[in-house]
Write a protein that binds this ligand. Structure first.
Ligand SMILES: C[S@@+](CC[C@H](N)C(=O)[O-])C[C@H]1O[C@@H](n2cnc3c(N)ncnc32)[C@H](O)[C@@H]1O
Length: 228
């Protein structure tokens, strides 16, 4: 993906590069990420993996909000990882380009990625899902955010992009939309239980996320898997 224009303040430049308009927004979004994780079962002591962690919007919020556990953030941009390492010195930051999860088999309680599958080809996201399944413990969860055309606010992104291309400009970045039926199919093929979805406008259990959220759980036993 393309990093955005870099403002003067280096911390803000990195936050802005991953989409935050202000530092206040960066912090509020991080807090919302943690609220989603907590709603879906995050506890102290867990082993979590943040795929496409950027400069640590979620990591900094986890630290700020007092969560304790093992955190690994992986990204393809060294400058972003360096900022994560600066801000959260007890967390692991991993540079990784090869669409795999840098974790042992069945070692993770939660693996999440926010605004990452929105910038990858569906096949790349599928490969990450497959490897997430390997790396998660039985009962572990993969959570990710996505854009769906059925959501009017996301449809606006689609229409803006069409207008841009029609006017002869290049797209600013790759914006990938997924359909819930595709996500269900991917989950089935990989071995996850039926995914749970939250619309971007749903604020009933945690702050509205704007992007939609999918949660896939690795079955606890082979029997759970075969029974589906
Ligand atoms: C919009 S930013 C979101 C960052 C972070 N998840 C957050 O919400 O604060 C997308 C991130 O995905 C990373 N990324 C892009 N392609 C990737 C890939 N193939 N594997 C892992 N991360 C990737 C980018 O470098 C960037 O940090």
């Amino acid at each position: 993906m393309h990093l955005r224009r870099q403002p003067d303040d280096p911390r803000f430049a990195l936050a802005n590069a991953i989409g935050a308009e202000t530092m206040e927004q960066f912090h509020a979004q991080g807090d919302a990420h943690v609220a989603v994780l907590r709603y879906h079962g995050l506890e102290n002591g867990m082993n979590v993996y943040d795929l496409g962690c950027g400069c640590g919007r979620t990591a900094q919020a986890l630290q700020r909000l007092g969560w304790t556990g093992n955190y690994t953030g992986a990204d393809v941009v060294p400058e972003l990882l360096a900022e994560l390492a600066r801000q959260c010195p007890t967390y692991y930051a991993v540079l990784n380009y090869d669409r795999t999860i840098k974790a042992e088999n069945a070692s993770l309680d939660m693996l999440f990625n926010w605004s990452v599958f929105t910038h990858l080809l569906p096949a790349e996201s599928f490969l990450y899902m497959e490897d997430a399944f390997r790396a998660l413990k039985p009962g572990g969860k993969l959570l990710f955010s996505f854009l769906e055309l059925e959501e009017p606010e996301h449809d606006r992104v689609w229409r803006d992009e069409l207008a841009r291309l029609r006017n002869g400009h290049d797209a600013e970045q790759l914006d990938t939309f997924l359909h819930r039926d595709w996500i269900k199919r991917f989950a089935r093929e990989v071995g996850f239980a039926e995914p749970q979805f939250t619309s971007g406008t749903d604020g009933s259990n945690h702050p509205q996320f704007w992007q939609a959220i999918a949660v896939m759980q690795k079955p606890f036993t082979t029997h759970d898997f075969e029974a589906r």
